[in-house]
Design a protein around this ligand. Structure first.
Ligand code: 76R
Length: 247
């Protein structure tokens, strides 16, 4: 058996994609709509307080294209909290007008391919990455992925040194995008249908395409990467919610 890589695991993560049933939403009176919006804003305020207390984080983005209308991404210390929040949201008035489009359950993961000379859970830089306060960039990109397990191209049969070598090259490409793209890799083996979720944040949306494309030529993505659906979106700020939901 080849040596499994040790992972560091942080906050549990739910990517919750919804589509608005605009036809049903339009049948409400404007008072009823305003009430539903206010209740949604209260829910978001509660999330904001948790984020300010550094007990979790969240992000709200509208999604471009027909796969969904928006994404609410939530990070919490336990799977139970994610589940409670999901249920609380589902009980709001607004949720009566939402159709589930896609969801993804995972946990923030750092794979320890790079040698550690101290207890990583004591390192403030690592803690900041395991329990990240999500950036408020203009754009988000999310997709799930696997590492291939087929014939001679089986990532999981490769010796540790070879995987480390490829991950070093991967990291070097990634680092060229420092300051332009922030990535959060979440592990989902045992939790969801793919092995990882990749969430990217950037102010310049084109940087997603440039980064993902450049990585396609790198061995680890070229040979072993398998990808699910891509979602791309624009930040939905608190102030912009009434306009987004106005009829
Ligand atoms: O954590 C680190 O900075 C060390 C280097 C590193 C690791 C171990 C790193 C850096 N990543 C790591 C692990 Mn990554 N990453 C992806 C994708 O579209 C594609 O082709 C792949 C999707 C992107 C865009 C990306 C970006 N990375 C991983 C893993 C786990 C692998 C495993 O355990 O087998 C996956 C699935 C994955 C996928 N990566 C970086 C980036 C970027 C931008 C960096 C540089 C980070 C920085 O230095 O700030």
């Amino acid at each position: 058996m080849s040596e499994p890589v040790k992972t560091l695991d942080g906050w549990y993560t739910l990517h919750d994609f919804r589509t608005v049933d605009w036809a049903a939403w339009k049948t409400l009176s404007s008072d009823e709509r305003n009430e539903a919006i206010a209740e949604f804003q209260n829910f978001l305020n509660k999330l904001k307080q948790t984020e300010e207390a550094k007990q979790g984080s969240h992000a709200l983005y509208t999604i471009v294209g027909q796969k969904a209308d928006f994404l609410l991404m939530i990070l919490r210390p336990t799977m139970e909290e994610l589940n409670e929040l999901e249920t609380e949201f589902n009980k709001t008035k607004f949720a009566e007008f939402l159709i589930p489009s896609y969801s993804y359950v995972s946990v923030v993961e750092l794979s320890n391919y790079l040698p550690a000379d101290q207890d990583p859970y004591q390192n403030p830089e690592i803690l900041a990455r395991l329990y990240p306060i999500l950036p408020k960039t203009k754009h988000i990109c999310f997709y799930p992925m696997n590492k291939r397990r087929q014939g001679n191209d089986n990532w999981y049969m490769l010796p540790m040194e070879e995987r480390s070598r490829m991950m070093r090259s991967h990291g070097m490409i990634g680092r060229q995008y420092a300051g332009k793209v922030k990535q959060i890799v979440t592990g989902s083996v045992g939790f969801d249908d793919w092995e990882w979720g990749v969430t990217l944040f950037a102010d310049d949306v084109l940087q997603f395409k440039k980064l993902v494309y450049e990585m396609r030529f790198d061995e680890v993505s070229a040979r072993y990467g398998e990808f699910g659906s891509f979602f791309v979106g624009n930040i939905l700020t608190e102030e912009a919610i009434p306009k987004f939901l106005s009829i």
